[in-house]
Design a protein around this ligand. Structure first.
Ligand SMILES: N[C@@H](CCC(=O)N[C@@H](CS)C(=O)NCC(=O)O)C(=O)O
Ligand SMILES: N[C@@H](CCC(=O)N[C@@H](CS)C(=O)NCC(=O)O)C(=O)O
Ligand code: FES
Lengths: 104, 104
C-alpha cells in the first residue's frame, strides 16, 4: 500500500526514526536517551496525525510485528521498543549501531 | 462534586489504589511492582470507563495536582506516579507504607 511504502521509505532515508506518542513516558525515555547520546532522531508522533496515526501503527505492525510505541529504527533496521533499545544501550551495542547509521 | 466525593471515598476505603490505563507501560510497571510485593491494589483502568475516565482524571488533578497516570494512593495518602513509587521502593519506604496501610 502507499502508506506502507511511505513508512518503508521513511526508515530507509533516515538514520534514526522513532514512532512515538507525545503522552507516553516510554516514548519520552527513548527520545531522551537518543538526545543524551547526541543523536536527533526523526520523531513521528502518532497521536498528532489524526486518523493516520492508527493507520501507521497498523502498517508498523505489519512490517515489524510490533504494535506498540515507541517503535525504533536505526539504519533502516527495526530495533524494537523502549526496553529493547535500553537493553542494547546497556550492552554497549546501541552506540555502535548509531555511529554506523549516522556515518555512512 | 459527586465524582470527587466518590474518588475520595475510594482512596479512603482501600489501602492501595492505582488509577491506571491498560495500554500504559508505566502503569503496568507500578501494578507489577505491587504484585511482586504481595499487594493487590484496587486498580481503576481509566481507559475502560468511557466518558468517566477523563472526568476521574480531572478530579484526580484537582485533588492531587497530578494529571498523569499511573496515580497511586497508599493508606489514603497520595504517593505520586510510577517514578515516585519506584523511588520510595528503592529507599525502602514503600514497604513500610504498605504494611502500615494493610495492617490497620
Ligand atoms: N516493552 C515495550 C512496551 C511497549 C508498550 O506496551 N507500549 C504501550 C505504550 S507504553 C503501547 O504501545 N500501548 C498500545 C498503544 O498505545 O497503542 C517497550 O519497551 O517499548
Ligand atoms: N513521571 C511520571 C510520568 C507520568 C506520565 O507522564 N504519564 C503519562 C503516561 S506514561 C500520562 O499520564 N500522559 C497523559 C495521559 O495519558 O493522559 C510517572 O512516573 O508516573
Ligand atoms: S503510555 Fe505510559 S509509558 Fe507509554
Amino acid at each position: 500500500s502507499r502508506l506502507e511504502d511511505s513508512v518503508k521509505k521513511t526508515v530507509a532515508d533516515n538514520p534514526v526514526v522513532v514512532y512515538s506518542k507525545t503522552w507516553c513516558s516510554y516514548s519520552s525515555e527513548v527520545k531522551s536517551l537518543f538526545n543524551r547520546l547526541g543523536v536527533q532522531p526523526l520523531v513521528i508522533e502518532l497521536d498528532e496525525l489524526g486518523a493516520q496515526g492508527p493507520q501507521i501503527q497498523k502498517v508498523l505492525e505489519r512490517i515489524t510485528g510490533q504494535h506498540t510505541v515507541p517503535n525504533v529504527f536505526i539504519g533502516g533496521k527495526h530495533i524494537g521498543g523502549c526496553t529493547d533499545t535500553v537493553k542494547l544501550y546497556h550492552k554497549g551495542e546501541l552506540q555502535s549501531l548509531l555511529s554506523e547509521a549516522t556515518n555512512k
